[in-house]
Design a protein. Structure first.
Ligand code: NAD
Ligand code: DGY
Length: 327
């Protein structure tokens, strides 16, 4: 009998097709994983899960007695209760590296769009408001090149952002991370800072850490008050790394100048969220890695991880490699 697999939210079509040839795969799109009877019935028999952002907690695991592996189609894994999965010998994998450059491109794109007010001015043109040849200073933006970029979370994506900022835009780079990175300091002329100094000195503050108990609410009222009034805040990490109500207040009070956001406390964001009424806020719907090429590669990597786990082999991208026991 074919092994039963749940595919959830996002697995690219060719990869899904290939998995369907080998396994009994059921695809679920944005279902309520706590209450959907069809999902829960299949979960009771499933040996593997592959997909995007399925909340895997104790309650879900209690209903999945045959589960061997959860293969995230994402690098972030704050949706997984890793210690509970470890306790039950269920493997957890993610898709690092293949998305790094794409996410860095997205974050840098949002940064430039925010600084130069591109979405706002796009609307200005399309609304027919461009009626005199030269627009006035009320529509000017600020330079990106030669400014100071503070990167919080100098991991794979943080470094790819630093590379673009240093080689492409001659920016001065400050960074704050759990460890110092001498090679990054040398390659991109980056300087390590404590968090407060980074916030005080940066023209652009870019947050790209994982969401963990330590980074939850890392940037709130106090941190926004430390930033320059001209600072532009960019969040490419996860919405909950920021206290969103404090971000809204900081923008309303003029504590900071603008924000570019790919991630939000609640996704999809509610239309009533004040952030969506602000011209100085640029938003995208969590699209860091969402290009055709990169999403396909992520699905391929996730499928390889899933199959390795199901075959009792060590997956290439085990999130916690220390749990691996040779079968
Ligand atoms: N917006 C998107 O679509 C998108 C796409 C991919 C990744 N992400 C987010 O980006 C994160 C980073 O991805 P990555 O591949 O660069 O991961 P990574 O593990 O290579 O890098 C994370 C870095 O954050 C640092 N860090 C962790 N806790 C910290 C703390 N408390 N203070 C300061 N630094 C801390 C780590 O030391 C590490 O250098 C992901 O976990 C995910 O949340 C978002
Ligand atoms: O972490 C990631 O890979 C992206 O945010 C998609 O969830």
């Amino acid at each position: 009998m074919k092994k039963k697999i749940i595919a959830y939210n996002r697995v690219e079509k060719p990869v899904l097709k290939d998995l369907q040839n080998k396994y009994d795969v059921r695809f679920f799109n944005n279902v309520d994983t706590k209450n959907n009877p069809e999902f829960l019935e299949f979960l009771g028999q499933a040996e593997g899960i592959i997909g995007l952002e399925m909340p895997v907690d104790r309650e879900l695991l209690d209903q999945a007695p045959n589960l061997k592996i959860v293969s995230n189609v994402s690098v972030g894994y704050s949706n997984l209760d890793i210690s509970e999965m470890n306790r039950r010998n269920i493997l957890a994998t993610n898709t690092p590296d293949v998305l790094t450059d794409t996410v860095a491109d997205t974050v840098f794109g949002i940064l430039i769009a925010t600084a130069r007010r591109i979405p706002e001015l796009d609307q200005f043109v399309k609304n027919g408001e461009w009626i005199t040849e030269a627009i006035g200073p009320e529509y000017f933006g600020v330079n990106v090149h030669h400014k100071t970029l503070g990167i919080i979370g100098m991991g794979r994506i943080g470094q790819a952002i630093a590379k673009r900022a240093h080689h492409g835009f001659d920016m001065e780079i400050l960074y704050h991370s759990r460890t110092k990175k001498p090679d990054v300091e040398e390659n991109f002329n980056a300087a390590y800072c404590d968090l407060d100094s980074l916030l005080e000195s940066s023209d652009f503050v870019c947050l790209i850490t994982p969401l963990t108990p330590e980074t939850k609410g890392l940037i709130g009222k106090r941190e926004f008050q430390l930033m320059k009034e001209s600072a532009i805040f960019i969040n490419g990490s996860r919405g909950k790394t920021v206290v969103e109500k404090d971000l809204i207040k900081a923008l309303q009070n003029g504590n900071i100048a603008a924000a570019g956001l790919d991630v939000f406390e609640r996704e999809p964001i509610k239309l009533s969220n004040p952030l969506l009424q602000m011209e100085n806020v640029v938003t995208t719907p969590h699209i860091g890695s969402s290009t055709h090429e990169t999403e396909l590669r992520m699905s391929e990597v996730a499928a390889r991880n899933l199959e390795a786990g199901l075959q009792g082999k060590k997956p290439a991208n085990l999130i916690d490699a220390s749990v691996w026991k040779q079968p």
